[in-house]
Design a protein around this ligand. Structure first.
Ligand SMILES: Cc1ncc(COP(=O)(O)O)c(C=O)c1O
Length: 360
């Protein structure tokens, strides 16, 4: 047998593997997973029924065109069906957008720190990541991002609200930024946490994309709609971009379970958005609780909070885990904590208070 392994693309050597949120411990005392920005509510009965009914046919391929879901989305959001493209979670669609626009020699701009998949999908495409630091307030520095545009720029991600900081950019500054972006550069407004926004100054990307053919909006069923495990997300973009997304899609990528559950979720939107409302109340309670303990918490419009802990990050995450909640640590930078069940949030608040008393 030969010792040599198949030749792999050299670029893979420099690409980190995507790290999922740490799971909650299977044994020991209570353990809640607050490390993946998931929705803590179980599937709604009606949504579950749709998925189970679809499961009865999983010897067949799904509807590759996602016809039912596409029509439902077009109606719900008031956009032409030709402007929609679905994919395996919004991260799948984000990857398709990069593949459709950017290859070796091209540049993809995004804020940093932001969603961890951006550097991975950029490099997998062979393109060069251009990371623009967040401001000292952990917000996108849109002026610096516009300054970073070169002849080679093909795509820019604006994550609004930003993962992991929860911070947002407002309508006026976003419009000003978009006015500076050349019309042949695609701007992707990643709105994975859109439904959790309560700040009225934050624009709805779907209003912005209408007059701007170089803007695509990314949405997901994973967060507010609670379908993270089924992998379905979508983009809304003008026809050339949406058509390119259909070309870069993995054939049959979105399962029939996911398609049917997504349709059922849109039909049960009132109830699901009611749950989002409860999570937003919990977010406020957690943010105020942390501020009351003396922490600096950036205003978050997503289903998580961000604590810049620097060198204490790993110790803090360990203390939380010890207390019964698994959080997401970015060593040397900070901790992202998903808003979960009330009990989980209580445990987290108590752990944060104890840590503060001990270490500050
Ligand atoms: C900003 C952002 N975009 C996209 C995604 C991808 O979500 P999904 O692929 O489940 O739709 C996430 C998930 O954490 C995210 O935080």
């Amino acid at each position: 047998m030969s010792e040599t392994s198949p030749k792999l693309r050299a670029v893979l050597g420099g690409i980190p593997t995507y790290k999922p949120g740490k799971p909650a411990a299977a044994e020991g005392p209570v353990a809640y997973k607050l490390s993946s920005n998931e929705n803590p509510y179980p599937p709604l009965p009606g949504v579950m029924e749709s998925a189970l009914a679809a499961a009865a046919g999983f010897n067949r391929y799904p509807d590759m065109a996602c016809t039912g879901l596409m029509n439902e989305l077009a109606e719900r959001f008031g956009v032409p069906v030709t402007h929609i493209a679905t994919g395996t979670g919004s991260v799948g669609v984000a990857q398709q957008l990069v593949q459709a626009t950017s290859g070796p020699g091209d540049e993809v701009i995004y804020a940093w720190r932001s969603f961890e998949a951006y550097p991975i999908i950029t490099q997998v495409s062979g393109a060069t990541p251009v990371q623009v630091p967040l401001t000292s307030g952990d917000v996108h520095d849109l002026d610096a991002m516009a300054d970073a545009i070169t002849e080679r720029t093909r795509l820019i991600f604006v994550c609004n609200p930003n993962n992991p900081t929860g911070t947002v950019v407002h309508r006026e500054e976003l419009e000003r930024f978009l006015d500076r972006v050349p019309s042949d550069v695609l701007v992707v407004l990643d709105e994975a946490y859109k439904e959790f926004i309560r700040d009225v100054e934050v624009p709805d990307g779907l209003e912005i994309y209408r007059d701007r053919p170089n803007v695509a909006v990314l949405r997901t069923f994973s967060k507010a709609y609670g379908l993270a495990g089924l992998r379905v997300g979508f983009a809304v973009a003008h026809e050339p971009v949406a058509a390119a997304l259909r070309k870069t899609a993995v054939p049959f990528g979105v399962s029939q379970l996911a398609q049917d559950a997504a349709v059922a979720s849109l039909r049960a939107e009132d109830e699901l958005l009611g749950r989002v409302g409860s999570l937003v109340c919990e977010r406020q309670r957690v943010s105020e609780g942390l501020a009351g303990q003396g922490w600096t918490v950036p205003d978050t419009q997503a289903n998580f909070v961000w604590l810049r802990m620097g060198e204490l990050t790993v110790d803090f995450a360990a203390a939380c885990e010890q207390a019964g909640v698994v959080v997401r640590a970015f060593p040397g930078e900070g901790v992202r904590v998903t808003i979960g069940e009330t009990e989980a949030n209580d445990i987290f608040l108590r752990a944060a208070e104890a840590f503060r008393k001990e270490r500050f």
